[in-house]
Design a protein around this ligand. Structure first.
Ligand code: SF4
Ligand code: F3S
Ligand code: FES
Length: 232
């Protein structure tokens, strides 16, 4: 199939604003968009800049806006995109160059929720046991790959960059509801701050954006409930 790929480009060394650049490619319907971007970079314009690592939907580094929707370039096939494709950097984070954005503010929010197991109790002779039911409570949120597709699709985040965002809430959920963890009160305090979970207006863009099919709004609702009823 022949496709026209329009990419929103920005080079801080020469550009004052971003601009569209258009490339014609011949590709296979089952080709990943990521490979088409590689083709453009390696054969048509070596200055095109993008992030990627695993190419298999695991590392979360190639989130971008594809035909107006947040996607991982490695998880979307050309046959689903049609013959005219637009590609833009994810929104709400500073563009460093082309499709690469500054992830530092996003990672700072991730760090703010203490994304590690907190438990100083002696585990005894066994590792900390957990029943299948206890594990099930946070199973969905363990699937997060920190791609930022949810947070950068959220209008509340666009309007207020201080909002901790759905990705950080998903990560907080993963530990708050882990029966082995003892840091729930600290994390719920972060979630209850001005920039925390109450900035969510239940807009649902985050659910549609998540490439791991995590029920982000359900997780957010459970964190809100845990704050309101002081129970985990
Ligand atoms: Fe990406 Fe989904 Fe995690 Fe958000 S919740 S960072 S969209 S994997
Ligand atoms: Fe934003 Fe998702 Fe809430 S899009 S407002 S975090 S439901
Ligand atoms: Fe790793 Fe796409 S390159 S998720």
């Amino acid at each position: 199939m022949r496709a026209t790929i329009k990419i929103l480009r920005f080079n801080p060394e020469v550009d004052k604003t971003s601009h569209w650049a258009e490339y014609q490619v011949d590709t296979e319907p089952n080709e990943q968009l990521l490979n088409v971007l590689h083709y453009i970079k390696w054969n048509l314009d070596g200055t095109l800049t993008l992030r990627r690592s695993c190419a298999h939907g695991i590392c979360g580094s190639d989130a971008m806006v594809v035909n107006g929707r947040n996607r991982l370039a490695c998880k979307v096939l050309m046959k689903y995109l049609g013959s005219s494709v637009t590609v833009e950097p994810i929104r709400g984070l500073r563009v460093i160059k082309d499709l690469v954005v500054d992830m530092e503010p996003f990672m700072a929010k991730y760090k703010s929720i203490m994304p590690y197991l907190i438990n100083d109790e002696d585990p005894g002779s066994r590792e900390r046991p957990q029943s299948p039911e206890e594990r099930e409570r946070f199973d969905d949120t363990t699937k997060c790959i920190l791609c930022a597709a949810c947070t950068t699709a959220c209008p509340s985040f666009w309007a207020n960059g201080e909002y901790v965002g759905p990705a950080a809430i998903v990560q907080a959920h993963r530990f708050i509801f882990d029966s082995r963890d003892r840091g729930a009160a600290e994390r719920l305090a972060v979630m209850n701050e001005w920039s925390g979970v109450w900035r969510c207006r239940t807009i649902f863009n985050c659910v549609e954006a998540c490439p791991r099919d995590i029920n982000v709004t359900k997780a957010i609702g459970e964190v809100k409930k845990a704050i309101l009823f002081d129970e985990v």
